[in-house]
Design a binder for this molecule. Structure first.
Ligand code: DSN
Length: 498
């Protein structure tokens, strides 16, 4: 006899295309919520409604964005938001955290199971916050704890003024080695405009000038010379896989802690596309991520780590973070439950296949891609071949209804503001249901727009790195084709706002 499914078991409704069954309920829920908001401040309700209209109408290729499911979105709008819950599950600085404990423990359990991690900390509000928690956890483990031990103290408050001053100086005198920004690294990996660059002495490793690929021998040489406390692997604009087994060997050789920032590719790890040497979790001491990119959850961050770091990571709030956001932790639990379903693996594989098809379609039309392709969810197009800066390309594409973001390429002559590249990614369009055949049309839309766009001049007639010319009729024709493509893949099907 067939048994009825446990209604409390997470269901496999992991993509917006799969939500048709729940769409009438979700439609009612969103409409009711908007009615309640509209009664107080109608302009906010209008902006929320306008956002889904805009997202439905655009070809979203921003590599770090996605579309969360209705269940994830709705999990964020509720009474859990009203609770303070500093501390961790079962050890709070506030009374009455029973239900927050439930959602935080569920999110952490789903994260541990999904990624095979010893420990998960789901409180960080963003990827930057997750990285700060990781940095300070490593400093606590490797600098503060030994200092306490040497002084025979259990707590920093027990140190003498002199010991405390020495510890503060030691905490501020540590080194970090990470990927350079123009090779695809992230600002929070020790760069001066970010707090990480003010906390740590930093050096970066780049990519091979000939191939654009990560050169592990060069990373090893830099690590041997610089002897960092933390070796960071991970990127936000590198279109290839990283071998984390080799990175761990390098870290071990120089006595560094290996930290992996997998914010961009967490969904590919969760979906078992990146396995073995390319799965950071078994190799790194500590892994950070956002939850809203390829992982397709709510906006937020998360830290995974080995047992040795767990006690330090759990002090993230109040060490670094403000009070946890229980409603967002609830949404993280829902998203992670979705990512444990079989359909998420299909999704993750499709993201990578789509990126490969998009890259192939662009290269076949003559575009130059950094590293000559991709094996993850993103590609980096060097738009100097079209005679444009990244800024001009980004704006021209937006005119044609294609949303991308400009990004530096290795050794970029145009710097980080104007740049020479655009970064494109497939997580969002894949959630929307587009496949490899449609990626060829997307490639053609991008190539047609960039071919037609021309660099402009300043008011004084000098070459401009921002201004550009694009015939409106070409932009309109591309936008019409993009709309045709998207009309076959409705976003949040069945959700109709009144
Ligand atoms: N903003 C994220 C991205 O677009 O990659 C990283 O911080």
């Amino acid at each position: 006899m067939a048994t009825a499914p446990d209604p409390r078991t997470p269901r496999d409704t992991a993509s917006t295309a799969d939500t048709a069954a729940t769409a009438p309920t979700a439609s009612t829920a969103f409409n009711s919520a908007l009615d309640v908001i509209r009664a107080v401040e109608p302009r906010v309700a209008d902006a929320i409604g306008a956002e889904i209209t805009d997202q439905r109408a655009s070809l979203k290729l921003i590599a770090s964005e996605n579309y969360a499911s209705p269940a994830v979105l709705l999990a964020m709008g509720n009474w859990l938001s009203d609770k303070y819950a500093e501390g961790t599950v079962g050890r709070r600085f506030y009374a009455g955290c029973r239900n927050v404990d439930t959602v935080e423990a569920l999110a952490a359990e789903h994260a541990r199971e999904l990624f095979g991690a010893d420990h998960a900390y789901v409180q960080p509000h963003s990827g930057i916050d997750a990285n700060l928690v990781a940095f300070w956890s490593v400093l606590a483990q490797r600098v503060e704890s030994p200092a306490l031990e040497r002084a025979g103290a259990r707590h920093v408050n027990d140190l003498t003024e002199q010991d405390w001053e020495e510890l503060r100086r030691a905490l501020g005198d540590q080194r970090m080695l990470g990927m350079s920004l123009d090779a695809g690294g992230h600002l929070t990996h020790g760069f001066r405009p970010n707090i990480s660059g003010k906390m740590f002495a930093q050096r970066s490793y780049g990519t091979d000038p000939a191939t654009g690929l990560l050169d592990y021998d060069a990373v090893r040489a830099a690590a041997r010379e610089f002897r960092p406390l933390i070796l960071i692997a991970g990127y936000s604009a590198y279109p290839r896989k990283v071998n984390f087994r080799i990175m761990r060997e390098i870290a071990d050789e120089v006595g560094a802690t290996l930290m992996v920032d997998m914010a961009h590719f967490a969904g590919l790890v969760a979906g078992k596309v990146f396995t073995g040497d390319f799965d950071p979790v078994p190799h790194a001491n500590i892994v950070t991520t956002t939850t809203h990119k390829s992982l397709r959850g709510p906006r937020g961050g998360m830290v995974l780590c080995d047992e040795a770091l767990a006690e330090h990571v759990d002090r993230g709030c109040p060490m670094v973070l403000g009070g946890p956001l229980p409603h967002v932790m609830a949404a993280k639990a829902v998203a992670l439950a979705e990512a444990r379903q079989p359909s998420f693996r299909t999704y993750a594989r499709q993201v990578v296949d789509n990126a490969a098809a998009l890259a192939e379609g662009l290269m076949r039309r003559g575009a130059r891609l950094v590293t000559g392709g991709t094996d993850n969810h993103l590609a980096l197009v060097d738009v100097t071949g079209y005679g444009l800066t990244g800024r001009q390309a980004e704006d021209a594409l937006l005119d044609a209804g294609i949303v991308t973001n400009r990004n530096a390429v290795p050794r970029d002559p145009n710097g980080a503001w104007y740049t020479s590249g655009i970064r494109i990614g497939t997580p969002a369009l894949t959630t929307r249901g587009l496949g490899t055949a449609e990626m060829d049309e997307v490639a053609d839309l991008i190539h047609t727009t960039l071919t037609a766009a021309e660099p402009g001049t300043t008011a004084a007639g000098a070459p401009s790195r921002a201004r550009y010319l694009l015939e409106p009729k070409i932009a309109e024709a591309v936008a019409d084709r993009a709309a045709d493509l998207l009309s076959g893949h409705p976003l949040y099907p069945g959700i109709d706002l009144a």
